[in-house]
Design a protein around this ligand. Structure first.
Ligand code: 8YV
Length: 323
């Protein structure tokens, strides 16, 4: 009997996912969930053929040069900016992600941020919890109406489309900008009108971002873009840290150039810019947009299925770098 291939699961996952992987592989897991720095990750991967990884595990040329047996790295995430795809291809390593299974849940959370930010929920709750509430006031925590407002979606991909679909119930006007214009069918289905980035920024009451992070989208929203937004508008980011220039956003929120922001992602997670904490007009979440029980389970299982397919057939369903 030949020995089973050795694989590493870098973070805690559901037990049934480990059981499934164990049918095919000799699994080293990390159920104690201690994050690994890049040296530890490299050492643990040096004798492995495959890995289930997450966004905090950086896979680059240096690591790959020290892990000669590695054939597949399978992200538990749809975003894959933690993986240097070119380096993987050069090293003959398959890389996969988990598209599709998290669209609804991530769009739902985007709406959680939109509503909470527009209606100033974090600020109002903090006020109540601190014992300051001493009576009803007509002008207390006046917020922004979502219904019939203009929603600007930057990136009308899988998640952006579901966000647009939810907007129909709020009878909103939906505009979008993307590097590629959507087909007329998609525009019709989601009742979304294509506009330039400048038009989107200046017309939207809510700007919500749904683009992947890359050098092309680094600081897609910076000082200039924030200047173009309405003073009454809010910015929502449940995509990736780095797409927004956090320092510029903090300055805009502080000076009232825009009304508020709802953020699930930050530059330098988890060590985000502490000045966010001083601001009342921001709703903050620790990168949990896809975190429903069902969806995180689907993501982990899909990553495991990708790894099994990669190491048994060489054809994982969500291969990012065909070669
Ligand atoms: C994940 C995400 O929870 O899928 C993504 O790209 O940002 C989140 O859904 C996270 O990346 C875990 O690796």
């Amino acid at each position: 009997m030949t020995a089973k291939p050795k694989v590493l699961v870098t973070r805690e996952v559901f037990e049934d996912v480990l059981e499934y992987l164990s049918q095919y592989f000799e699994v080293t897991s990390n159920q104690s969930d201690v994050p690994m720095n890049s040296e530890t990750l490299t050492l643990r991967l040096s004798d492995k053929e495959g890995a289930i990884i997450t966004l905090s595990d950086r896979i680059d040329a240096v690591l790959l040069s020290r892990c000669p047996r590695l054939k597949a790295v399978c992200n538990i995430a749809v975003g894959y900016n933690n993986i240097d795809l070119e380096a993987c291809t050069k090293a003959g390593v398959m890389a996969t992600n988990t598209p599709g299974v998290l669209d609804d849940t991530t769009a739902d959370f985007t709406w959680t941020l939109i509503l909470a930010t527009a209606r100033r929920l974090s600020e109002a709750e903090a006020y109540l919890r601190s014992g300051q509430w001493n009576g009803w006031k007509l002008k207390q925590f006046l917020g922004l109406d979502i219904h019939h407002a203009t929603l600007g979606i930057l990136g009308l991909g899988r998640i952006g489309q579901v966000v647009a679909k939810r907007a129909i119930g709020f009878e909103m006007k939906v505009i979008y900008h993307d590097v590629r214009r959507a087909t007329p069918e998609i525009e019709q289905t989601y009742r979304a009108t294509f506009v330039t980035k400048e038009e989107l920024l200046s017309q939207s009451d809510i700007v919500t971002i749904h683009v992947p992070y890359s050098s092309a989208t680094h600081h897609l929203i910076g000082r200039d873009e924030l200047e173009q937004m309405k003073q009454t508008a809010i910015l929502i980011n449940a995509s990736r840290g780095g797409v927004v220039d956090d320092q510029a956003l903090i300055e805009s929120l502080r000076s009232g150039k825009i009304a508020g922001a709802g953020l699930d992602v930050f530059e330098n997670e988890p060590k985000f810019n502490p000045h966010f904490l001083e601001l009342k007009n921001v709703v903050l979440a620790p990168h949990i947009a896809s975190s429903s029980f069902a969806t995180r389970h689907k993501m982990a299982m899909l990553a495991a299925e990708n790894l099994v397919a990669a190491l048994t057939t060489g054809k994982p369903p969500n291969l990012l770098n065909p070669f």
